[in-house]
Design a protein around this ligand. Structure first.
Ligand SMILES: Cc1cc2nc3c(=O)[nH]c(=O)nc-3n(C[C@H](O)[C@H](O)[C@H](O)COP(=O)(O)OP(=O)(O)OC[C@H]3O[C@@H](n4cnc5c(N)ncnc54)[C@H](O)[C@@H]3O)c2cc1C
Length: 467
């Protein structure tokens, strides 16, 4: 039997239609296409893809379930290692992890593992599969507290419930999911997918407490009186700005605020939802990552006629997933590469101080810097202006300070993130563990989940064996 060299194409909604709404862009595979793609898997005995997955999903086994016509078994295979298959099947950067080591990829296109994972999870919803109940030992009576309901918090909550502990999850916002909910727009990750995966955890016994800001309502010290161990998965949601003149003008947003207003508070449906957002005609988004692409594509959907993505390096160095950059370009986002903002200006004498222009300078690439990427250098005298009425800064985030400042014994590194032991996630405080973006700085969904998995194992070992 000959093996198909190319991946089975994934259908997408046409740019002209999809840019008018917030519905999901990628259609995923149906049964026939999923089977065709699944058959491309070589079922390698040494399973490099499993090794490369931070939560070690048994990828060949779930792919085999598609070939065998038994996706329910595949669903339970994935759930054994991953409480968020619908999320990971959509936003996980497989191209840098499992798919990067796929043996098929040495000569041909790697198996499209993520889209197959999504197929299984979507089939589970369509067919009403429920997660197989794991046998709880009944041995563990302790309660574990988790702070933050992003991918790290949800993962450790699921693991501890499976081991048989009682779990209470404290979330500051009014809806669970962390960045999955307030950052990543619905056109990439529909809310119903997050809801479904959180509901699974609630059905396993999760006690979810929303609107619970730890550091304000209760302190870490007080939580330690209620729980035998604590996991901090509070993310890195503090916006960063460039520090250039004009960033305080009316119409300049951090990506965090822009996306939260739209995704969590549904400002695209204002005034039905009571959160306004400035719908710019001409919008500049600064940055080259997924956050920048999500902001630019949100601006398109809010009706902007022109959306400029300003990034100081070239396309190869862009940290955004390449398929998302492609999607953005298809939707009309103009990439202004090798450009950097110098200042933002408003109209002279305008009391409301509204944004009018962003001045950029052209850049060229020099020698590699500490990150290994070529350093962007300004080309003197190359400044030019773009007329804009909204600017979105998507240049990274830092650690949220509230909990850190109210927990004085927590050791932080020089960037203000929590210091932990790499293997266990234990912090400087006894029985307090941490993982995800609050330890590494902004990273990926699956790396946050991997860190949470390690911490869960360490907590169980500590509670059971005292070490
Ligand atoms: C717009 C955007 C797009 C992205 N796209 C991708 C992508 O395509 N693929 C990918 O892999 N990664 C992507 N990422 C990165 C990824 O989402 C993060 O790395 C991941 O969500 C980190 O997970 P976490 O659990 O550590 O933190 P978060 O997801 O940030 O969750 C932290 C949670 O803790 C809560 N919290 C904070 N402080 C407190 C407190 N004091 N008390 C109670 N709760 C608190 C927060 O409200 C939040 O819900 C993206 C990030 C953004 C912002």
């Amino acid at each position: 039997m000959s093996i198909k060299k190319e991946r089975v194409k994934v259908a997408k909604r046409a740019p002209g239609t999809r840019k008018k709404d917030f519905k999901e862009v990628s259609v995923g595979y149906d049964k026939k296409f999923a089977l065709e793609e699944a058959k491309r898997c070589l079922m390698c005995p040494n399973e490099p893809c499993v090794e490369a997955c931070p939560v070690n999903i048994d990828i060949p086994l779930f792919i085999k379930s598609i070939i065998d016509g038994n996706p329910e078994e595949g669903y339970n295979t994935i759930l054994m290692s991953n409480a968020l298959p619908g999320v990971c099947g959509r936003v996980c950067p497989q191209e840098d992890q499992c798919a990067a080591v796929c043996v098929m990829g040495r000569k041909f296109e790697p198996v499209n593992i993520g889209v197959l994972e999504r197929y299984i999870s979507d089939t589970a919803v369509k067919e009403g599969f429920t997660a197989a109940k794991s046998k709880k030992s009944g041995k563990y009576q302790e309660s574990v507290g988790v702070v933050g309901s992003g991918p790290a918090g949800l993962t450790i909550a699921g693991d501890m419930l499976k081991y048989g502990y009682k779990v209470t999850l404290y979330e500051a916002l009014n809806e669970p999911g962390g960045v999955l909910r307030y950052g990543i727009p619905e056109f990439r990750l529909p809310n119903e997918v997050i809801d479904r995966e959180v509901e699974n955890l609630i059905s396993m016994g999760l006690d979810l407490k929303l609107n619970y800001v730890i550091g304000k309502i209760l302190s870490v010290e007080e939580l330690l009186e209620r729980h035998a161990a604590l996991f901090l998965g509070i993310g890195a949601g503090l916006p960063r700005f460039m520090g250039i003149p004009g960033e305080n003008l009316n119409g300049v947003y951090s990506a965090n605020e822009y996306l939260t207003r739209n995704n969590l508070m549904r400002s695209y449906r204002y005034p039905e939802y009571n959160t306004p957002i400035k719908r710019g005609k001409s919008v500049a988004v600064v940055g080259g990552g997924n956050v920048a692409m999500d902001s630019a594509r949100t601006a398109v959907r809010l009706g902007a006629e022109k959306v400029y993505n300003i990034y100081r390096r070239s396309r190869i160095e862009m940290p955004a997933r390449s398929e998302e950059t492609e999607n953005a370009v298809e939707e009309g986002v103009a990439l202004h590469l090798l450009r950097n903002p110098v200042n933002i200006t408003g109209d002279e004498g305008d009391e409301n101080k509204k944004v009018k222009k962003i001045r950029c300078i052209k850049m060229k690439l020099g020698e590699p810097d500490d990150s290994g990427r070529r350093r962007p250098l300004e080309i003197p005298g190359s400044e030019y202006d773009i007329e804009v009425d909204v600017v979105v800064m998507a240049i990274g985030t830092g650690p949220n300070r509230l909990l850190l400042e109210t927990t004085p014994n927590l050791e932080l590194n020089k960037w203000g993130y929590i210091k932990t032991d790499n293997d266990t996630g234990i912090t400087g405080i006894d029985n307090v563990y941490a993982g995800g973006d609050i330890v590494t700085g902004g990273a990926t969904v699956i790396s946050a989940m991997g860190a949470a998995r390690k911490a869960g194992i360490a907590i169980m070992s500590k509670l059971e064996n005292g070490k």
